[in-house]
Design a protein around this ligand. Structure first.
Ligand SMILES: Cc1ncc(C[n+]2csc(CCOP(=O)(O)OP(=O)(O)O)c2C)c(N)n1
Length: 201
């Protein structure tokens, strides 16, 4: 739904995600299922990316747990508006725990892209950034312009959180780029890289 308050999106999801993951350093990344996972894989497979292949609604909860367990590391959740809507209660829990090292980026195409581009709630005026703001996030806003993306990346690495960015993107389906598929292997690789080999004993 394009209105004066909600103009047609111009940002392209792959460009946004690859810019956000540029020079990511020690950043820990959790990806919401479907298209946001393909976007992150397209930016390059990485041992410190934990991809959720099917757990819809769980990305923010996993990111919160990670942020609490690893307070000296920055944690980024990259997810979709549909996935975020399913896990909306996690925003309240993040607001209650207020992890300063957690950022959430919602790639908002206003659609359930993966299952046929059905209009989601954000396409009918529901403002997830306002929900995050009401839940006490340190910063929560909608992002529409390419010029804002570098600032979001800088905030992910340095600003005291929790942070929430709802990035309005065009509804498009770029070519699938999939990360490794085995969930147990992904978890072990992540833990090994983060904690060292002893963590797997
Ligand atoms: C519990 C559950 N319900 C439904 C699905 C099917 N499903 C997979 S991806 C998806 C849509 C995700 O939409 P969104 O998070 O907005 O991502 P997009 O692909 O639009 O970027 C759905 C409904 C699922 N995997 N799990």
């Amino acid at each position: 739904m394009s209105t004066a308050k909600n103009p047609a999106a111009t940002l392209r999801r792959r460009e946004v995600v690859s810019a956000l993951l540029e020079r990511r350093g020690k950043l820990l990344v959790v990806t919401g299922l479907g298209s946001p996972t393909w976007d992150c894989a397209a930016a390059g497979d990485h041992p410190l990316t934990f991809s959720l292949w099917g757990g819809m609604g769980g990305a923010c909860a996993v990111g919160l747990g990670l942020a609490l367990a690893q307070p000296s590391r920055r944690v980024l959740v990259v997810t979709g508006d549909g996935e975020m809507l399913m896990g909306m209660g996690s925003l309240a829990t993040i607001g209650a725990k207020r992890p300063g090292n957690l950022a959430v980026v919602v790639i908002d195409n206003e659609r359930y892209g993966e299952t046929g581009m059905q209009t989601s709630h954000t396409g009918q005026g529901i403002d997830l950034a306002a929900v995050a703001s009401a839940c006490g996030f340190a910063e929560a806003r909608i992002v529409r312009k390419a010029a804002e993306v570098a600032g979001v990346r800088a905030a992910i690495h340095g600003r005291h959180g929790p942070l929430f960015y709802q990035v309005k993107v065009k509804a498009e389906s770029p070519p699938l780029v999939m990360p490794p598929r085995d969930g147990a292997w992904l978890k072990h690789r992540f833990r090994w890289t983060l904690l060292g080999g002893g963590a797997l004993n």
